[in-house]
Design a binder for this molecule. Structure first.
Ligand code: ATR
Length: 279
């Protein structure tokens, strides 16, 4: 079996539909340049109907790629069609990182890793807490819950506008997850050491929720997976109320690290130059 890393050029992709707004090429091409690797990372616009064929060409080497990232709307199909999905992607039912080994497509999901690495860097001690509040119950919420459970959180209150979606997450992740609706937010926050927004609220100047953070533990960390704007109205409010805040940019940057290392063989760093470039 030919290891394509032995050839001079290793290529990786990000695929989605649409894909032109993805910031992943900025991130990976910054690292390729910084590390002096002669690879390429490029966008592949693939409609849903063509995704399975795209993976066939990846698997048999015709595409010329060693792997890549997958984003909306292909994350679930990437998981379902991969030959070797790992336990992280299996639990989430979605994959964002693929690589080919011996003619088989391996899949993982690095969102939970990115979430943890961002908080480790910017909110040290965040995982000393045992009780967390997670706002939202979509795909991003699943990755966050997975990360929190991994770090030993014992009570994860998942609050969602549509309560049935939060209840579904309690079925997936077990009794550590306590589901409820927005009317229970204040009660769920009582004494919690971590608050995570996983909804799109506050993104790009869109609508937000006015939240009273005062029930949280005094040393609580408040974080948002939205990174545009960097300081969302929710984070600004939490900061004004005296809480430590961590923005979502680092999650985007750190989730890219494991894939880059897999494809290109070197572990890249998330530095200030990268932050300045991406934001
Ligand atoms: P993702 O995969 O990014 O998490 P998603 O599956 O579309 O995206 O989930 C979006 C989340 O934001 C959901 O929790 C959604 O709440 P519902 O399940 O009730 O739809 C939440 N959300 C989006 N807009 C909202 C709003 N205006 N108010 C409250 N929650 C909102």
């Amino acid at each position: 079996m030919r290891d394509s890393r032995e050839t001079s050029l290793v290529n990786a992709f990000v695929t989605g539909w649409p894909i032109k707004h993805s910031r992943s090429p900025l991130i990976h091409n910054h690292w390729l340049k910084q590390l002096g690797i002669s690879g390429q990372y490029q966008r592949e616009a693939v409609p849903e109907a063509d995704f399975s064929t795209f993976l066939d060409m990846l698997r048999d080497g015709r595409s010329g790629y060693i792997g890549g990232n997958v984003t909306i709307p292909h994350k679930e199909a990437a998981f379902a069609l991969a030959d070797r999905p790992d336990t992280l992607s299996r639990e989430l039912g979605a994959a964002n990182t693929l690589w080919v080994e011996d003619g088989l497509i391996h899949a993982t999901n690095t969102d939970g890793y990115g979430f943890k690495a961002n908080l480790d860097e910017r909110g040290p001690g965040w995982d000393d807490a045992r009780r967390a509040v997670v706002l939202g119950a979509g795909g991003a919420s699943r990755a966050v819950i997975q990360a929190l459970r991994d770090r030993g959180f014992e009570e994860i209150h998942v609050i969602n506008r549509t309560v049935s979606r939060a209840e579904e997450l309690a079925r997936v992740f077990g009794e550590t997850v306590k589901p409820s609706g927005l009317s229970n937010l204040s009660q769920a926050m009582a004494g919690a050491g971590l608050f995570v927004n996983t909804t799109s609220l506050g993104m790009d100047g869109g609508e937000t929720l006015a939240i009273d953070f005062s029930p949280l533990a005094p040393d609580a960390v408040v974080t948002d997976i939205v990174y545009a704007p960097l300081k969302t109205p929710l984070l600004a409010e939490a900061e004004a109320q005296g809480f430590r805040i961590v923005d979502g940019l680092g999650m985007l940057l750190h989730q890219a690290v494991p894939g880059f290392e897999k494809w290109f063989g070197q572990r890249p760093v998330v530095d200030q130059a990268l932050r300045d470039l991406v934001i």
